[in-house]
Design a protein around this ligand. Structure first.
Ligand code: LMR
Length: 393
């Protein structure tokens, strides 16, 4: 049976971590996978998470099963975090999932059952796992223009042009904030225009929001999503606690549907639970138990918000220091765009070969598509990384 299998293609992001770890050089920098690091180069357990963990350990009485939808208080907390104050709160339902990739797959499977002819449109470029997950769910995938390699910003005109051809059998996948991999986000006006297009042409928006709080702040990062949820009949949402709660390995996310009525979304939720049963039965509990504990406790919520805001400020600062280094020491404004990007990532505009040179000559590991994880930098690394960037450019 197995001899028929082809040699596996390595995941372009996860394989980098393995290669980085086995690189014997002492001067090396991991800017591959999207993980936040502090100034000491560590990815610490957040304080709010540690405190919640103490509470969970002290109060949890059983490890018995939770249920197909996971923890319902967690699900409600995620809905509140994303959609609070919108009219969608009366016609929404969600399930807890193993990370946002699990949520993407569950919603992919749901679309395949609810509307088998669905074509899903994803940005070009997009998160490397978007296409594989949607294809694994049996959906057709199309790309819409998104990033301009010249300006390093979103090419909104071409994006809207492409989306104006999407119709009722189509689902348009948007990044809620902090676009992965480019770091270039659409502005609120573009959210409004896409919402109008969805209303007029009948496509369904799907918002993947994995970095809420890392761009302009928790509320601001959900502004486009909330506007859309207020104004369209149906919508799909995936979210993750990997980054903003630092729960990477706990695989904590949610798949959320907004529908025409509570009756409709209850049916969608029921179907999602059946799909989960046939895939993994129920999600792992620990991460969701911690998030629920934080979001149901005002003091812990305040601790978490403060930490998240410090992480966001640190990212802005790292972008600024890197740009200053490039401007002041190498007299180049070629990389000024890095400061205008949001969240963890920036696309440098380098080819696969240039990214390979960064890796081979300097031990700097970014993704082959030109993405670097700014959140993986430390202040100490910046002069070295800036010099390597200039040498390779
Ligand atoms: C990333 O894009 O680096 C992260 O979202 C990790 C992943 O799952 O690929």
């Amino acid at each position: 049976m197995f001899s028929q299998l082809p040699t596996p293609i390595l995941d372009p992001i996860l394989s980098l971590s393995v290669a980085y770890r086995s690189d014997p050089r002492s001067e090396k920098v991991d800017l591959g996978i999207g993980v936040y690091k502090n100034s000491a180069g560590e990815t610490p357990v957040m304080k709010a998470i540690s405190q919640a963990q103490d509470i969970v350990v002290a109060t949890q009485k059983t490890k018995s099963y939770v249920g197909l939808a996971g923890c319902e208080e967690f699900n409600q907390s995620m809905v509140n975090l994303l959609l609070d104050g919108t009219s969608a709160m009366d016609r929404v339902a969600g399930i807890q999932t193993p990370g946002a990739s699990g949520a993407l797959r569950m919603l992919g499977d749901l679309m395949k059952v609810a509307q088998p002819n669905t074509t899903i449109w994803i940005s070009n470029p997009s998160y490397v796992n978007h296409r594989p997950v949607m294809e694994a769910a049996g959906l057709k995938v199309k790309h819409y223009h998104y990033f301009s390699p010249e300006t390093k910003q979103v090419d909104v005109a071409r994006m809207l042009d492409d989306l104006s051809t999407a119709g009722p059998d189509d689902v348009v996948l948007l990044h809620g904030c902090c676009h992965n991999p480019t770091g270039a986000d659409i502005d609120f006006d573009a959210w409004k225009v896409i919402t109008q297009l969805a209303q007029k042409n009948g496509f369904t928006p799907f918002v993947d929001i994995a970095y809420q709080g890392f761009g302009d702040g928790l509320e601001q990062d959900a502004q486009g999503l909330r506007y859309m949820a207020d104004n369209v009949e149906e919508m799909l949402i995936t979210t993750s606690c990997s980054k903003n709660f630092g729960l990477y390995r706990e695989r904590t996310g949610a798949a959320i549907v907004v529908g025409k009525s509570q009756h409709d979304v209850n049916n969608a939720k029921g179907k999602l639970m059946t799909l989960a049963r046939a895939t993994y039965t129920m999600p792992p509990d620990h991460g969701a138990a911690l998030v629920k504990t934080i979001l149901q406790n005002q003091e812990l919520t305040a601790v978490w918000k403060q930490e998240l805001s410090e992480m966001q400020q640190r990212l802005l600062n790292l972008r600024k220091i890197l740009c200053n280094e490039l401007r002041n020491n190498y007299n180049t404004s070629q990389f000024d765009f890095i400061e205008s990007h949001k969240g963890m990532f920036t696309v440098l505009g380098f080819s696969q070969d240039q990214m390979a040179r960064l890796r081979e000559e300097y031990g700097i590991y970014g993704v082959g598509d030109g993405r670097i994880n700014v959140a993986g930098l430390t202040e100490r690394d910046i002069p070295y990384v800036a010099q390597a960037i200039v040498n390779v450019a």
